[in-house]
Design a protein around this ligand. Structure first.
Ligand code: HGY
Ligand code: MN
Ligand code: MN
Length: 411
């Protein structure tokens, strides 16, 4: 008999290959692309099997609903994201959705109803790997997305409005405040802490604040063979110096501060042409928002000074600013107790990775449960989770849900 944790991991593996991936030989599932649509269909089927009524909201979030016992009660949302980064691991996102389905399936098989309805949510775009902005669809649900943010296109120039959603209805995905009891997200840790502690699961205390920028440096394209070094305004060389300056500022801070240049483009991109333009991203994070802001300013000032000295034009656009997001204290206590009831020592840790939970925190109290992953590897095909750890997580989630039910104010 396959356990719930084993089936959840196996389903992530099913979704890890075609037609649920748009990448030959690896996993890439971009928002609203064919693989995403196929994954929604397959996940809808699994939600229906678990006794849920399934729908797609206007932001293409897939929602499976399992009714509760108290009419009109606010819903417990259990979710994570079904999109992926490029060349991704299989469990970052989908595991939280599949464990949510397993939790409801366990209630359904037992003929149980909690006082409140449960909605399992597969958020369509957390990674921002197809369109520039991240956390797009949880922000739509949380009601924190403004209309201007919808005016964007992917790398091929396909506008969000032309990607298969009704853009006029998009913001109506927003949930009414008070209609949501709490949000629970189970997610692989994507770091080494639980493994180092010898623990399968941990209660998340909060999520680091995150700034993301798009930066461009513009110099002068030129002939690689005839332009002497003193005459060059090489944008890519400027970007290289800027990246080392950024790394130096983050390293010297000696704290939880991290900064990443994850994507860079040199234009026109020919071997015999001096790059006239360099475009790159900058991602800056810390659990301390003021520290994050200070560091980001220092980094942008350093890039501007380098551009000035190299006679390059410097332009930057902030793509998003996600504040630090503490998890709810009462829900953390319930999660600790549920982990203990499942026979494991409660342990708390912060999340350096961003999650939809940081957005949902503006709608309702949030809780996150981290699950050990091998060597902390993530955003990499080598990502791995032990099904036995997924089973422990499922037991903790069910215990959390029961405790939430016991504390539910039926008035
Ligand atoms: O970037 C992050 O932390 C998340 O994986 N989207
Ligand atoms: Mn994730
Ligand atoms: Mn991720």
């Amino acid at each position: 008999m396959v356990t719930g944790g084993e089936r959840a991991v196996a389903r992530c593996d099913i979704l890890g290959v075609a037609p649920y991936s748009d990448m030959e030989g690896g996993l890439y599932r971009g928002y609203l692309a064919p693989a995403h649509r196929a994954a929604l269909d397959r996940t809808s089927h699994w939600m229906t099997e678990a006794g849920m009524a399934v729908r797609l909201d206007p932001a293409a979030n897939l929602i499976g609903r399992y009714e509760g016992g108290v009419p009109g009660a606010p819903a417990l949302l259990i979710g994570s994201h079904i999109d992926s980064v490029r060349d991704a691991g299989r469990y970052d996102g989908p595991l939280g959705i599949m464990l949510g389905i397993e939790a409801v399936d366990a209630l359904h098989c037992a003929g149980r109803r909690l006082p409140f309805p449960i909605e399992v949510v597969a958020f369509g775009d957390e990674e921002g790997s197809r369109f520039p902005a991240a956390m797009l669809t949880s922000r739509a649900m949380a009601g924190t997305l403004d209309a201007a943010a919808l005016d964007m296109a992917d790398g091929e120039g396909v506008a969000l409005a032309d990607a298969g959603v009704d853009i006029a209805a998009y913001l109506s995905a927003a949930r009414a405040p008070g209609a949501t009891l709490a949000y629970l997200e189970a997610h692989i840790e994507q770091g080494p802490v639980l493994e180092a502690q010898g623990l399968a699961v941990g209660t998340v205390t909060g999520i680091a604040a995150q700034l993301r920028y798009r930066i461009s440096l513009t110099g002068m394209a030129g002939h690689a063979g005839t332009t002497s070094m003193p005459l060059r305004r090489d944008a890519l060389a400027g970007a290289a110096e800027a990246m080392l300056a950024i790394e130096g500022i983050a390293r010297e801070d000696g704290s939880d501060l991290v900064a990443t240049v994850g994507r860079i483009e040199a234009l026109p991109g020919a071997a015999n042409v001096i790059p006239g333009e360099a475009r790159f991203t900058l991602d800056v994070r810390s659990g301390d928002e003021a520290r994050r802001n200070r560091a980001a300013k220092a980094m942008l000032d350093a890039v501007a000074a380098i551009a000035d000295r190299r006679e390059l034009d410097f332009a930057m656009e902030r793509i998003h600013d996600l504040p630090a997001s503490p998890c709810d204290a009462a829900l953390m206590n319930l999660m600790d107790a549920a982990i203990a009831d499942a026979g494991h020592p409660p342990f708390r840790l912060v999340s350096g990775a961003g999650h939809d939970a940081m957005v949902m925190a503006s709608l309702c109290p949030t809780a996150m449960l981290f699950i050990r992953c091998k060597l902390g590897i993530s955003h990499n095909p080598a990502e791995h989770v032990d099904p036995a750890d997924a089973d422990i997580a499922l037991r903790a989630m069910l215990g959390f849900m029961e405790k939430l039910g016991e504390n539910f104010d039926r008035a």
